[in-house]
Design a binder for this molecule. Structure first.
Ligand SMILES: Nc1ncnc2c1ncn2[C@@H]1O[C@H](COP(=O)(O)OP(=O)(O)OP(=O)(O)O)[C@@H](O)[C@H]1O
Ligand SMILES: Nc1nc2c(ncn2[C@@H]2O[C@H](COP(=O)(O)O)[C@@H](O)[C@H]2O)c(=O)[nH]1
Length: 216
């Protein structure tokens, strides 16, 4: 449950920032969508991008789609937690709502690349949980990008060209999960989230609760 205030006597926790990164096509959006559908304590951070909308994508749900001039204005106005150029397009995480949601005990899910992960980690280390998703093989990665049917052959080739460079950032993450099979990968990410939620440092009501126990 996400709490509006901390005035009642239940145990509270501070929300966390769960980051999913991977080479393009490894399946992080698939895992993220399942998590969002099954867990109402976590909400997606919706990024802003200059990339063209793909078939089936929804404005405000998958991304906020803007032109370069608007993206530059948002950078100048300091409206992003982090931003980066990925595959020639600009992507950024808008600040709006995220801080309030964390304070209220809600978690936020980020589907961002390694550059954004580094920036968020520098700004909010204690709140960040970093998960890197690997494909079982490069052949399978190519099959997934092609099978998705959303990108041109040139875009797929460019993403495959970048795959090994993306994978080289695997050691900048707290957890690494191989997505050979969706359900198994999803379960592992869910277990990571469950354990991270229970961390002592995130359970903000614990000190008073324990003091109460000690007093008898
Ligand atoms: N374990 C899996 N086995 C087979 N296919 C999968 C698996 N996981 C994801 N896919 C499929 O692979 C394709 C790419 O997945 P997805 O879009 O989730 O990747 P992504 O990492 O979010 O890529 P991008 O960074 O380009 O957004 C989709 O068609 C998805 O259905
Ligand atoms: N640093 C950031 N990276 C982001 C953000 N939103 C998405 N991404 C990453 O971009 C690539 C390509 O995404 P696609 O939707 O065009 O396939 C992928 O690695 C995303 O994780 C962001 O706000 N900041």
């Amino acid at each position: 449950m996400v709490h509006e205030s901390q005035d009642d006597d239940t145990l509270h926790r501070r929300g966390l920032m769960l980051i999913l990164s991977s080479p393009s096509g490894a399946g992080k959006t698939t895992i993220a969508r399942k998590l969002l559908a099954e867990d109402d304590e976590i909400a997606a951070s919706v990024s802003v991008t200059t990339r063209p909308m793909r078939p089936g994508e929804v404005e405000g749900k998958d991304y906020y789609f803007v032109d370069k001039a608007e993206f530059d204005r948002m950078v100048e106005a300091n409206e992003f937690y982090e931003w980066a150029v990925v595959f020639g397009n600009c992507y950024g995480t808008p600040k709006a709502h995220i801080r309030d949601r964390l304070k209220a005990g809600g978690d936020v899910l980020f589907d961002i690349d390694w550059q954004g992960t580094q920036q968020l980690y520098q700004k909010a280390q204690a709140d960040v949980v970093r998960v890197f998703i690997l494909p079982p093989s490069l052949d399978e990665l190519r099959r997934r990008l092609t099978g998705r049917g959303t990108d041109s052959a040139e875009v797929i080739a460019a993403r495959m060209d970048r795959a090994q460079a993306e994978i080289s950032h695997w050691d900048g993450y707290d957890y690494v999960v191989i997505n050979d099979e969706v359900e198994g990968c999803f379960e592992k990410v869910r277990e990571i989230l469950a354990a991270e939620r229970m961390k002592r440092t995130r359970q903000t009501g614990l000190i008073d609760f324990v003091r109460g126990l000690m007093r008898g």
